[in-house]
Design a protein around this ligand. Structure first.
Ligand code: CTP
Length: 457
């Protein structure tokens, strides 16, 4: 008996897949088909596969050619499978000629002629219009957004906007973007969606105008400075039928979702305390350290540390108090917030001029979860118990610098393939704005009393 083995994603199953499987089966007597997991595809740079794995397996099954279907989820698995199943022939389409020659050491490698003019990529493009994204603001994060967006299919970075046209022009040259402009209306006309990465105080206005123009919005945090403003934005986005997402990267990383689910699974009992810290010593000349009104630690890192708190303790807090260390100009170098709930509490710490251990600790009645810095990328975390020898270690998947997950979710939502916004809901994002609002109020009061004291002297 001759065993043949082949692998593929088989997304949006098409005639090319059917022909390949038919020919593969004809090469022998028994056909094994490996279908890749989303995780494995991500690692190879295909971030938005449309069909879930169950559906892709089902479609392969329906052809009737596969005698066995397996799941491929890691590098090096092909050699393992060939040996394990005693495969005589490994085959794939001719688009891969040469790539798998190394498998000749284990079995015969056959490249079958690829069916012309059809591919999943082509179908994805046909089914979902390419989303033309424009970038507002051309500062530090924008180039990272561009490089990470290359790992997400279905989008192009179309245009850059900066009110200082010279900066937009420089950015466009450096990043090789199709167009740049210093005119926001003109910019909006050229795009389907915007990524707002401008200074904090401009997010709301840019988002509002973009939504009114019917554009989808992914805005850097903080989305706005008040609960009311965020409500206005989410209501208006709903009315216009466009996607609005606050870009808190941590919320979209796969490991973060896993940590939340593990915490909520009852493993550590009832959750009673969440502690989250995020500090980065910023350059004294940077915007974070010099802009007394809209710079500082809490506006920089507050939304990131609040996400685990709101996800785990909920939106219904009973009180919040802020403590900050300010510099002479009123920039908060370090801000701590204590948040109370009926059934527990939370502490968050943020710093741009004070350094502390950046960790996330979730305490429960049976154990606790600890994720070390950089937990906001969530590459690993532990579940620990009273018995210190009992540790469960998790290393979730994570690629690049994490932005690709948020970008992928944004594009999937625009395409309607990901309808639920459970990772960071409009309600959760609005509560974050309420915290920001309370922080700003307190800071204002403090500044006024400082000023008075100064005048009294
Ligand atoms: N295949 C083929 N002819 C096509 C498309 C795919 O013979 N027109 C083969 C591939 O060479 C591979 C298998 O089908 O052996 C599964 O391919 P997969 O990567 O899932 O499909 P593609 O359509 O190539 O997907 P994508 O566009 O995402 O790369």
């Amino acid at each position: 008996m001759k065993t043949v083995i082949t692998y593929g994603t088989f997304d949006l199953f098409h005639q090319g897949h059917y022909n390949l499987l038919k020919r593969a089966k004809e090469l022998g007597d028994y056909l094994i088909v490996g279908v890749t997991t989303e995780h494995f595809d991500e690692a190879r740079g295909k971030v938005n596969v449309v069909d879930p794995i169950i559906e892709r397996i089902e479609n392969v099954k329906k052809t009737g050619f596969a005698d066995m279907i397996i799941v491929e989820d890691h590098d090096g698995q092909k050699i393992e499978d060939i040996q394990k199943y005693g495969a005589d022939i490994f085959t794939v389409g001719s688009d891969w000629v040469g790539t798998f020659d190394y498998l000749n050491a284990f079995c015969k490698v056959v490249y079958l002629e690829r069916t012309p003019n059809i591919s999943s990529t082509f179908l994805r493009k046909k089914q979902f219009k390419i989303v033309r994204i424009g970038i507002v603001g051309t500062g530090r994060i924008a180039p990272r957004f561009i490089s990470e967006s290359k790992y997400v299919s279905g989008l192009t970075i179309e245009c850059a906007y900066n009110p200082v046209e010279e900066s937009a022009k420089r950015f466009e040259k450096r990043e090789k973007i199709k167009c740049y402009t210093g005119d926001y209306e003109e910019f909006l006309e050229n795009v389907d969606a915007v990524y707002i990465a401008s200074p904090n105080e401009t997010h709301f206005e840019y988002a509002k105008k973009a939504i009114e123009a019917g554009k989808h919005v992914l805005s850097e945090k903080p989305l706005s400075f008040t609960k009311k403003e965020s409500e206005v934005l989410y209501t208006s986005a709903k009315g216009k039928g466009v996607v609005l997402m606050e870009a808190v990267k941590a919320a979209y990383c796969p490991g973060f979702q896993q940590l939340i689910n593990v915490a909520k699974s009852g493993k550590i009992g009832d959750i009673v305390d969440v502690e989250a810290s995020f500090t980065r010593l910023a350059d004294p000349l940077s915007r974070e350290r010099t802009d007394a009104e809209y710079g500082g630690a809490f506006l920089e890192f507050g939304p990131s540390v609040l996400v685990p708190v709101i996800k785990l303790m909920g939106k219904d807090y009973t009180s919040v108090t802020f403590d900050s260390i300010y510099d002479g100009n009123g920039v908060d170098l370090y801000t701590k917030a204590d948040i109370r709930y009926d059934n527990g509490f939370a502490t968050v710490k943020t710093g741009v001029g004070v350094k502390t251990e950046g960790q996330l600790v979730v305490s429960g009645t049976k154990g606790y979860i600890i994720a070390q810095s950089p937990w906001w990328l969530m590459k690993k975390f532990d579940v620990r118990y009273e018995d210190s020898s009992k540790i469960e270690h998790f290393e979730p998947r994570f690629q690049g610098d994490g932005l690709r997950y948020e970008i992928s979710d944004f594009v999937s939502k625009i395409n309607g393939t990901d309808k639920k916004d459970y990772k960071l809901t409009a309600g959760e994002s609005t509560i974050m704005s309420e915290f920001v609002e309370k922080f700003m109020e307190q800071k204002k009061k403090l500044m006024i009393s400082r000023q008075r004291k100064g005048e009294d002297k």
